[in-house]
Design a protein around this ligand. Structure first.
Ligand SMILES: [Zn+2]
Ligand SMILES: [Zn+2]
Ligand SMILES: [Zn+2]
Ligand SMILES: [Zn+2]
Length: 600
């Protein structure tokens, strides 16, 4: 048989296998019970006393065992929730004798209707291993600097305090093994001394934290199953309570996802931080139904655009109304949606440390609308691999050279997070790289094989190898191809854009005379054309303008013959003759960062 036939067979087999794996994953998720949010690390490992340990092979600053004190230890474990450090030999003691910060304080026996309010949550003091440059919240002196296990930090409000200062303000801080250092206190100026609130106020971001005295767990129905959150009350706060639900996959972003989860578990209630590799979005979104009426839970999705799309689809499938507003903590690369909403192109190692900065950005973020589009694919002939498809798009949908990029090995691995874990699939993509030639041929003379109907009007297509439907301004990892000018011919006001590809002036689309400014919440998409992969490369570095074909709210594309690479929000496939339709599906609520991190 000729060489190309083997290649085609290989590509077909690969797609079939991919499809099968995705289908199997879907089946597995479908078997889960009704959405109800599981409590973290409870039930599954009740012997841990609430702690979630992380092994540290080498502490980067001196750490002291929270159980035995003693000299600085080289290795040990630290709790992601409360920050307690223990040496390996004392781990079993810590698990037995030192409870972690509690997730819920309302006893599961009390009926949900009873109004027996718990007064509040006490501070959860953890001794020693304070952050560098900590300051006592009472006397304003340096705290935790003694070079041994000393002083206290609350695992909720993050206040640091000397044990004696805490005692002076007559609150219930535990006495430590250290003797009195009261003389130090008396030296401090009494007028500078601050009061330590008796109950914890959850610090600066109290409006985002779900306090444990407002949470009730139900007992697990079966053994070795986690307890479920059964009720959440609104705390009494001076400000509006907007609980933040953090969703991240611990495997995403090359381990960055895990670090983000750990940072938020330390600052928030661990129950409001959910690992999408353990809890699917539909179950995690049970939070939106748990909070009392009138309270708006905010979502923070940590991950790539694929993860964000996954969560947005889950919100739509659950029919949450009003939809919870969603913010993005970008992980990995790409992240076009995150860029246009001001959350930046992707996290760096520094950003991971600035959970504080992120929480204050969230406090100032404004709610924005994001159009969601339904892309349906109806094959012309019944073929094994070309079944009808319906996908939801919030970034872009493209045919031809742009989708070809997504089909090549690296991007395919990134854009199919469902398969990233599978080493075998990665290998198959790698060896399947040779099929790229085959796909490239599939983009040739695309304009001759397409009929494009925009809002009922058939377009006269210029010479094209690619077609892109844009919902957001950013495309292909930060490129802004549509530009801001209203003229149909020039894509951008910048001088570089005027060095246009000579071919583009010859190919005048029959577009409207003027374009309205691009917006991702106006119920219209932008349709642009690409001459070639070379034109696409020029566009990405700002050396050529896009071919603006039009703006509209309904699109029909008929692929009459051959096949073409297609992608919807980074999910690529090879599509045979069919009819594509793009129609408005609805709007999602998203949060826009007030201080745009994409600039500077
Ligand atoms: Zn702990
Ligand atoms: Zn506190
Ligand atoms: Zn003090
Ligand atoms: Zn729009």
């Amino acid at each position: 048989a000729p060489h190309w036939a083997w290649q085609a067979l290989y590509a077909a087999g690969l797609l079939l296998l991919t499809y099968l794996l995705i289908y199997l994953r879907k089946l597995r998720h479908r078997r889960l019970p009704d959405p109800s949010v599981p409590a973290p690390d409870d039930g599954a490992a009740p012997s841990n006393n609430g702690h979630r340990w992380r092994r540290i092979g080498h502490f980067d600053r001196p750490a002291y065992c929270g159980v035995s004190g003693g000299a600085a230890m080289l290795e040990g474990a630290v709790c992601q929730h409360c920050g307690l450090c223990v040496s390996d030999s004392e781990l079993s003691v810590a698990v037995r004798a030192v409870p972690c910060k509690p997730v819920a304080l309302i006893p599961s026996s009390s009926s949900p209707s009873s109004d027996a309010d718990i007064e509040g949550t006490p501070h959860h003091w953890v001794e020693g291993n304070l952050p560098a440059y900590s300051m006592c919240c009472v006397c304003r002196d340096a705290c935790g600097e003694a070079g041994r296990l000393c002083d206290l930090r609350c695992a909720w409000c993050q206040r640091c305090v000397h044990p004696d200062c805490a005692q002076l303000t007559a609150n219930g801080a535990p006495s430590t093994r250290e003797g009195g250092e009261a003389n130090k206190i008396s030296n401090a100026d009494a007028s500078q001394r601050r009061q330590l609130p008796r109950l914890c106020d959850f610090g600066r971001y109290a409006d985002a934290v779900v306090p444990p005295h407002c949470v009730q767990l139900s007992k697990p129905t079966r053994r070795r199953q986690p307890s479920l959150l059964s009720m959440v009350r609104a705390p009494r706060l001076p400000a509006v309570w907007r609980p933040l639900i953090v969703l991240a996959n611990r495997h995403s972003g090359g381990g960055e996802g895990d670090q983000v989860l750990q940072r938020f578990r330390a600052v928030l209630n661990p129950a409001q931080v959910l690992d999408l590799s353990e809890v699917p979005p539909k179950v995690a979104l049970g939070w939106c139904r748990l909070v009392p009426k009138g309270v708006t839970a905010r979502l923070l999705v940590c991950g790539g655009d694929g993860t964000v799309g996954w969560v947005l689809s889950a919100i739509e499938e659950l029919g949450l109304s009003p939809p919870p507003p969603l913010a993005i903590f970008p992980l990995g690369t790409g992240n076009d949606l995150s860029r246009v909403l001001g959350w930046g192109p992707g996290s760096s190692a520094d950003d991971l440390d600035s959970v504080d900065a992120l929480l204050s950005d969230l406090a100032n973020a404004s709610v924005d609308r994001l159009d969601r589009w339904l892309v349906s694919v109806k094959p012309s002939r019944s073929m094994l691999l070309s079944r009808s498809k319906r996908l939801t798009m919030s970034n872009y949908f493209s045919l031809g050279v742009d989708a070809l990029v997504a089909l090549n090995f690296d991007s395919a691995r990134r854009s199919l997070p469902a398969l990233t874990g599978s080493r075998m699939i990665n290998k198959l993509w790698y060896f399947g790289y040779g099929t790229r030639d085959l796909w490239e041929r599939a983009c040739r003379n695309l304009h001759r094989r397409l009929t494009v109907i925009l809002d009922g009007r058939t377009l006269n297509l210029p010479e094209l190898e690619g077609l892109v439907v844009l919902n957001i301004a950013s495309w292909g990892s930060g490129c802004r191809p549509w530009g801001s000018s209203a003229s149909p011919t020039v894509s951008d006001d910048s001088s570089s854009a005027k060095m246009s590809n000579p071919a583009s002036s010859a190919a005048q689309p029959d577009a409207q005379l003027h374009f309205r400014p691009q917006s991702h919440g106006d119920g219209r998409f932008e349709l642009m054309g690409l001459h070639s992969s070379f034109h696409m490369a020029q566009l990405q570095v700002g050396l050529a303008p896009a071919i603006r074909l039009g703006q509209g709210s309904n699109l029909q594309i008929v692929l009459r013959s051959g096949s073409v690479p297609v992608q919807v929000d980074g999910e690529p496939w090879l599509q045979g003759p069919c009819t594509f339709t793009v129609a408005h599906r609805g709007q999602a609520a998203v949060l826009r960062c007030a201080t745009d991190k994409s600039q500077g």
